[in-house]
Design a protein. Structure first.
Length: 492
RNA sequence: CGGGGCGUAGCGUAGCCCGGUAUCGCGCCUGGUUUGGGACCAGGAGGUCGUCAGUUCGAAUCUGGCCGCCCCGACCA
């Protein structure tokens, strides 16, 4: 099965695609550019959703749901936003099919069922939501409005990649409205921090927080904050964004409120989102040549128990021990899978669960029954140890914590090694050639320089890091003065 | 939309140049032996060769149209 998995070094893209399919996460659909998320992959996404949803609720947000379709007139109300998405929209123009007289048994679009106004399938929901907020907001007493929705969106991308860029994807989008600019900015930054915490604490993936340059900014936003992660092939991945919208959408949709002084003013907005792209990030941040490596906090199965037996009788004796052990582990919050299939051999099961990234594997055979032991194997380091059966229930939860910490440290060490400070354009290009990864370099702040560097090297400004220290220098490209370093990389 | 490649069993492929009804591996099914790191042996099932037309006694193979997919670019808040 997984034996044919190419190694990461040979061809990272190929390896990624194979892994996604072999680990039972997802596959390409017959529908153009779309993806089928398989049950195992979806169960990981559900764990992400649960953790994120709790973090949103803990910061005062509530969930709601808005329509899939956006009338074209609403969609175009915020001009920059509409322009930004115009090239990748799916549009509903008709509402009925009929039998095709030319092709018996086939259907055709009924030309008589043309819509008065086209409906855009949401590529993002600012328009439909802000048109609704207009009705909900009259006074400062209605603010802040802190709403999130879990939904699917459609962006007609020309080239797609499983999880990283698909024509339809699942995400969450938060849309908030505030009475002051300061409060909206605070919200934007707060949600950026929520995303960063989620990435680091749950996904065990270190991220760099920053602000996008003008060229990479969300259309319609005044500022786009983002978290940027580094994948094992040295390419960057934008893992989440949080936008300060200013009053742009409020003005476009005429959302005004009466403040305490009784004066009308436009509300201040934010929007923020993460998507199933995080699944791609998770895979590319930790996996190895044996397959997926899941952080325990997001693993749908924490512990898999593989019995080793020749006869029914042996399996029965093992099952008695396993039932007790599994029950105790479940009592400690572990998700336990007892793989008692008699259709596969132990070696096959070991390989299969490694491919699926299960953090801890226990093996129990006749030898262990005699000695009162269990073989405990951890996925991240592939270390195996014999443990007393009586100790397992206490040790496994600790081991899960260690694995969570270890894979974070490993990813952090990798990223630290892969950040290069460079001061000349030659060095800049050399790093991209031989090492890749993140590059911290001075930039003169102009879109022209940014575009020229992108054109020549394919590297883009991932962000202007929030923790960038003031440091006078010269732009690597133009030689003009610069006050701080920005983060460059080739990106997904 | 440009440049390149490909369409043959559930998956991956050989055959195509040089025309004679399709090769191999994985997987699947049956039986047996196995079972502490992806088992082995034997037998078996499974195909409108993307599609339409043309050339031919005969087309997976040659010719043309169409459809679909992949890679590179363009695109990707």
């Amino acid at each position: 099965m997984g034996k044919e998995l190419p190694t990461r070094r040979e061809d990272y893209s190929l390896w990624y695609n194979e892994l996604v399919k072999k680990a039972d996460l997802a596959e390409h659909s017959d529908v153009r550019g779309c993806m089928v998320i398989k049950p195992y992959g979806f169960s990981i996404w559900e764990k992400m959703q649960q953790a994120l949803d709790k973090m949103f609720k803990d910061t005062g947000h509530v969930n709601a749901y808005f329509p899939l379709f956006v009338p074209k007139s609403l969609f175009e109300a915020e001009e920059k936003n509409a322009e930004g998405f115009a090239k990748e929209c799916a549009i509903v123009t008709h509402y009925r099919l009929k039998s095709d007289p030319q092709n018996p048994g086939k259907l055709m679009v009924d030309p008589d069922a043309k819509l008065e106004e086209e409906l855009v399938v949401r590529p993002t929901s600012e328009a439909i939501i802000w048109s609704t907020y207009k009705k909900w907001i009259q006074s400062y007493r209605d603010l802040p409005l802190l709403i999130n929705q879990w939904a699917n969106v459609v962006r007609w991308e020309m080239r797609t990649r499983l999880f990283l860029r698909t024509a339809e994807f699942l995400w969450q989008e938060g849309h908030t409205a505030h009475s002051t600019s300061e409060e909206a900015v605070r919200e934007t930054v707060q949600m950026l921090n929520v995303y960063a915490d989620f990435a680091e604490k749950f996904m065990a993936m270190p991220v760099i927080k920053g602000v996008k340059s003008e060229g990479e900014r969300f259309p319609g936003a005044l500022d786009t904050y983002c978290i940027e992660a580094l994948m094992q092939d040295g390419k960057a991945l934008q893992a989440g964004t949080s936008h300060f919208l200013g009053q742009n959408f409020a003005k476009a949709f005429d959302v005004k409120f009466a403040n305490k002084e009784g004066k009308l003013d436009y509300v201040w907005g934010t929007s923020w989102g993460v998507s199933t792209r995080l699944m791609g990030a998770l895979i590319m941040a930790h996996s190895d040549d044996e397959g997926l490596v899941l952080p325990p906090k997001l693993a749908p199965i924490h512990v898999v128990i593989v019995p080793i037996f020749r006869t029914e009788e042996e399996l029965t004796r093992i099952t008695i021990e396993v039932d007790t052990l599994a029950e105790t582990l479940r009592g400690k919050g572990c998700t336990v899978k007892f793989d008692n299939r008699d259709t596969q051999k132990p070696g096959f099961k070991f390989a299969e669960w490694e491919l699926k990234g299960v953090p801890v594997r226990l093996a129990i055979g006749p030898r262990d029954l005699e000695n009162g032991t269990v073989e405990v194997a951890r996925r991240d380091t592939k270390e195996k140890q014999l443990m007393k059966l009586s100790d397992v229930a206490a040790e496994v939860p600790k081991l899960l914590d260690q694995i969570q910490e270890n894979i974070y440290q490993r990813a952090l060490n990798f990223r630290t090694e892969m950040i290069s400070k460079v001061d000349t354009y030659e060095e800049f290009k050399r790093i991209l050639d031989v090492k890749t990864g993140f590059i911290l370099a001075h930039w003169d702040g102009t879109p022209e320089t940014e575009a020229a560097i992108k054109e020549e090297t394919k590297a883009t400004i991932r962000c202007i890091p929030l923790d960038a220290v003031d440091e006078p220098g010269m732009c690597v490209y133009s030689g003009k003065p610069s006050s701080k370093r920005v983060l460059f990389a080739r990106a997904y």
